[in-house]
Design a protein around this ligand. Structure first.
Ligand code: KG4
Length: 343
């Protein structure tokens, strides 16, 4: 057993998660309870439901997390008293969802008399690249693409981040979700649109590549979503059957073209030797393949989190918490959940 042992909790959106990391950065357990089934019938995450489900799940998720780690360590049992610290995502996210994790972590840390560490969820996504590539280290450019965020970040060092550009309207994941909704494919949209797209022709429909030539690293996704919805409405009005695979493939191509163009700009401008990804959309196979091509062309190392670590998880939060713990950057019981926070 290599100390410190840190248990971290993540509850910023619709996943209740807990993970334990040891002093060498090994994840001894990484438990995620997804609420997707409860939200999908509403076509998106319902904040009130998310909060309630976190309350229902959090004790069980933490118990399971401790049990799995005990098994890994060959111990009969692991309790809060055996830990050296507690980490928790405090921002950004749905505030009512965050509050559950934060209150629980504060209570557990106080009761077990362990130090508490607050973690920025976005920084967690950067650290997710260590899962699967333990030697991953800055300097790097990171593309953060999720349901709530779309940005390119220059990671100059651990804890030293500069946002090179971000979306001025919708996030990429949001665009996938809205297109899926318009096609009646359900929620979340990413995986279904991606599965349909794999059977289609990406050149079938010329959807707009917004801000492709803006000369900066900002993104805009709302126009693309509107273009897809308008196309669908026009096809329906004309009585033509929808070619789902072609629509999905063409939409994905429009998204990926802009992402790749701006990633290239970021890599050339910063000279960073490594490119990496984070967020739910980083699981998209077309995007991953396009980045493989780009990085081979630029002779840049590509690090991609394993598919399980792209979306929200507590493993990435535990890795940040471990660093904070080592730096002695502890948080007091006044720590509160925040809806918004910069990297
Ligand atoms: O990081 P994440 O789990 O949490 C939030 O930001 O909420 O990202 C979820 C987002 C959703 O919008 C989902 O549609 C998208 O990631 N997503 C994908 C894929 N898998 C999930 N988008 C494109 N392709 C995928 N394979």
């Amino acid at each position: 057993l290599v100390r410190p042992l840190v248990l971290a909790i993540e509850s910023s959106c619709d996943e209740t998660a807990a993970a334990i990391v040891d002093g060498e950065g090994n994840l001894l357990s990484d438990v995620v309870a997804s609420q997707i089934d409860f939200h999908s019938r509403f076509g998106g995450v319902v904040p009130e439901i998310a909060s309630r489900k976190h309350i229902e799940a959090i004790c069980g998720v933490c118990d399971e997390c401790l049990d799995v780690a005990a098994q890994r360590l060959g111990m009969p049992r692991l309790t809060w008293a055996d830990l050296d610290g507690v980490g928790v995502t405090y921002a950004p996210g749905l505030v009512g969802a965050l509050v559950v994790g934060v209150a629980f972590a504060k209570g557990a840390a106080w009761a077990a008399d362990k130090p508490l560490v607050g973690v920025n969820h976005l920084e967690g996504h950067l650290y997710a690249n260590k899962i699967g590539a333990p030697d991953f280290a800055p300097p790097a450019v990171v593309s953060l693409v999720s349901g709530g965020n779309t940005m390119l970040v220059h990671m100059r060092d651990w804890g030293d981040y500069r946002v090179l550009g971000a979306t001025i309207d919708d996030a990429v994941g949001e665009a996938f979700d809205k297109v899926a909704k318009a096609l009646g494919l359900g929620y979340p949209g990413g995986p279904v649109v991606s599965a349909q797209g794999a059977k289609g022709n990406p050149e079938a429909i010329a959807f707009p590549r917004a801000m492709m030539h803006s000369g900066d690293m900002r993104f805009s996704l709302s126009g693309l979503k509107t273009a897809v919805v308008t196309y669908i409405n026009n096809e329906r009005a004309a009585g033509r059957p929808l070619n789902m695979p072609d629509i999905c493939a063409s939409f994905e191509a429009a998204v990926v073209d802009v992402q790749v163009k701006k990633a290239e700009m970021a890599l050339r401008q910063t000279g960073a030797p490594t490119f990496c990804l984070g967020g739910g959309v980083a699981a998209n196979p077309v995007l991953r393949a396009a980045y493989e091509k780009l990085c081979a062309k630029l002779h840049v190392r590509l690090v991609m989190p394993p598919l399980s670590a792209c979306g929200d998880n507590a493993g990435m939060i535990a890795l940040v918490a471990l660093d904070r713990f080592r730096q002695g950057k502890f948080y007091g019981l006044e720590t509160d959940a925040q809806a918004h926070a910069d990297l």
